[in-house]
Every structure is written in structure tokens, then in C-alpha cells.
Design a protein around this ligand. Structure first.
Ligand SMILES: [Zn+2]
Length: 205
């Protein structure tokens, strides 16, 4: 192994201090001795495990969008609606800004994030760097805070409980699918994606 090959060195993202890398044990986190920033953490999930997680999330995502999320009943009449039903209804009720925000944070951003992760992981699995690797990693980093299924699930459940005073309201499978998706997203939030940069280096070395 070379004296200063990139695999053996770690650079602090915050203060640029350079460290010699050593293998981490399960659950261990390496921190910068100067500024305390996280340098690296032990990889809990392999690339294959992450890919499996993304595929599961994609399946749940399809169900969350196809199944109705809520059924409203008023004087014997029942109507159920999907997420897209809600978004379109809001658009027609002159809440265009809210409907665009909901569509972006609950549909387009998660979809974009899952596709990008799936693409990167698919190539990482073969030990290769996916086409568009650098811009995609940057985009994923920026997209981080913009998927808010957890806020949606909580908000929807509160609204369902509140509306219960006026209508017959029942939560439908779609909302549970969203709850499951929230759990998957939370698991993924704990994954250090920086390891993808290394996985590639190891494969090429
Ligand atoms: Zn530092």
C-alpha cells in the first residue's frame, strides 16, 4: 500500500486537518481531534443492503401513492381519496402554493432521491462509479432536508382525529404505507453516504 494513497488518509471537512485512517469497529465514529467534526463512521449497511432498502422504499412509495389515504363520510355518502386526489383538490380550491409544496416534498423529492440513490448504488454494487456520480452526490446532499413524509404523516393523523368531530373519517392503507415509508427514510438518514466515494476507490485499487 502506498505511503499517502487516498485510502489511507482522511481529511476533516471542516478544518482540513489530515489524519491517517484506521479501520473502525462496529458502532465506532471517528472525530476530528481539533474541531470535533465527524470524520467517518463504521458502515453498518453494505451496498447490497442499502440497495435492498431502496427497492423496499420504492415498492412502499408506489403503494402509498396508489392506495387511498383517507375516507370521508357525510350523511351516508363515502368518498376516499389518494394523495394525488388531495393535491388536485387543493389546486382547484385556490391553494396552489400548498399543493405544489405538498407535491414536491411528498412526491417529487422522495422519488428523485430514491432514483438517484438506486442509480448510484446499482453501479457501486458492481464496483463502478455511476455516470454523473459527482453531481448526483452533491444533489443528494442538498436534497437531504427536503423530504418530509414524517411531517405529512403526523399532520394527516392529527387532521383525521380533528375532523372526526364533523365527519366520519377513517384512515386508509395509503397513510400506513406513508408511515412505513417514513420509517425507511429514517433508517436511511442514519446511513453515511460518504462511503460511496470510498467503495469506488477500493474497487479501482
Ligand atoms: Zn476538524
Amino acid at each position: 500500500m502506498g505511503k499517502a494513497s487516498p485510502e489511507t488518509l482522511l481529511v476533516c471537512e471542516h478544518c482540513d486537518t489530515v489524519y491517517r485512517r484506521r479501520a473502525l469497529v462496529r458502532g465506532e465514529v471517528a472525530r476530528c481531534a481539533l474541531c470535533g467534526a465527524e470524520l467517518e463512521r463504521h458502515h453498518i449497511l453494505s451496498v447490497n443492503a442499502m440497495l435492498a432498502l431502496i427497492l423496499t422504499a420504492a415498492i412502499v412509495f408506489v403503494q402509498a401513492n396508489m392506495w387511498p389515504i383517507v375516507t370521508l363520510g357525510l350523511s351516508g355518502q363515502h368518498s376516499s381519496t389518494t394523495l394525488w386526489g388531495v393535491i388536485l383538490a387543493m389546486w382547484h380550491e385556490h391553494s396552489q402554493v400548498v399543493s405544489v409544496l405538498v407535491a414536491a416534498t411528498l412526491f417529487f423529492f422522495p422519488l428523485l432521491k430514491m432514483s438517484m440513490l438506486g442509480w448510484l448504488l446499482w453501479f457501486a454494487r458492481a464496483g463502478r462509479r455511476a455516470p454523473g456520480f459527482v453531481p448526483l452526490m452533491v444533489a443528494l446532499h442538498k436534497l437531504g432536508p427536503w423530504t418530509m413524509s414524517e411531517v405529512f404523516v403526523l399532520g394527516a393523523l392529527v387532521a383525521i382525529v380533528k375532523a372526526h368531530a364533523y365527519f366520519e373519517v377513517t384512515a386508509d392503507p395509503g397513510i400506513y404505507a406513508y408511515a412505513a415509508l417514513t420509517l425507511l427514510i429514517t433508517v436511511f438518514a442514519g446511513v453515511d453516504l460518504r462511503q460511496l466515494w470510498d467503495e469506488d476507490l477500493e474497487a479501482r485499487a
